[in-house]
Ligand binder design. Sequence first.
Ligand code: COA
Length: 316
Amino acid sequence: MTGELTYRPVGPSDAPWVADLITACHPDDPWDPAALRHRWQTSRPQWWHDRVVLFTGGRAVGVAEAEHPPWDHDPDRNGSLWWFVLPTAAETADRFLEEMERRLREAGTGRLLASCREDDHHLRAPMEAAGYRMERTERVWELDLVGGRERLVAMAEASRRRMRDQGIRLLTMGEETDPQLWPKLTRLQNETEADIPSSHPFHPRSEQEVRAFFQDPRVRPDRVWLARAGNELAAISFLTFPERGPSWTGYTACGRAFRGRGIARAVKMETLAQAIALGVDRVRTANDAANAPILHINETLGYRPVPGWLEYLRLL
Ligand SMILES: CC(C)(COP(=O)(O)OP(=O)(O)OC[C@H]1O[C@@H](n2cnc3c(N)ncnc32)[C@H](O)[C@@H]1OP(=O)(O)O)[C@@H](O)C(=O)NCCC(=O)NCCS
């Protein structure tokens, strides 16, 4: 397939067909239309966003999402790109990449961090040919909740005992009555997100953004697990429950003052035990390859690797 390429901006109302297109790029990881719509409706305010679908011969064959923070918050001018192209349209990838680079450069980007899946060789090849350097890797893993059922339920029970012994209370967000929940969750989110190994500078989230994050249609308050130490919020873990595609861990985090006591493991075990009780057969999670404690937890739970994500750097 060759010919003229055209680019069309897309937004929340396009989410259903764009989710289908992303799904066609990676059929083993279907995208949920409602989740994509929510992602685009709640993009970080004040940031620059550019979402583009690539067409050739009248057919949509690729999707890209580019963004950058306000430049006065980021003197190095980091922009990011996340992109997909159907393998059957691989020959369009180099021109699509050039077009997205042009847009990011025009928007003032100095350092471009571009992500693709590790088995997307048709996207890696043009990036490597253009001199991109691999900067980070994100491991993606899957846990079989059917084969691991008994072992995981026993691990959850052991974690519960350990939390009882330490006076840590495990409960869901739906059960939580603390009127200060959102300010506490915002503090926990910002303190812990800053500790995730990343090539991007950390930009704290407002309480409004944190609330929006939990309004994702795949997230349910009765399936978000919290750990409390007295009046303090110590940790959180939750799984997403999309209408299509696998359940993923949305986030697992433990406040700095509470680490190393098995609390993150305990909240995560509650999410897995609940998923088992709901009949979910497998769950996925994604972790930066340099995030040693969470990689260790996931290894001991029996997660097995599936294709991960690569982040490449190019100075524009
Ligand atoms: C990752 C995180 C959730 C762990 O919280 P925690 O409450 O300290 O975790 P736990 O105490 O339950 O378990 C940590 C485990 O990792 C192990 N560990 C800690 N540091 C480690 C390291 N550098 N290398 C290997 N293992 C390590 C601990 O020994 C423990 O293992 P064990 O359960 O077999 O004894 C916490 O560090 C955090 O919030 N980080 C920032 C947010 C984040 O990265 N979230 C996960 C990815 S999205």
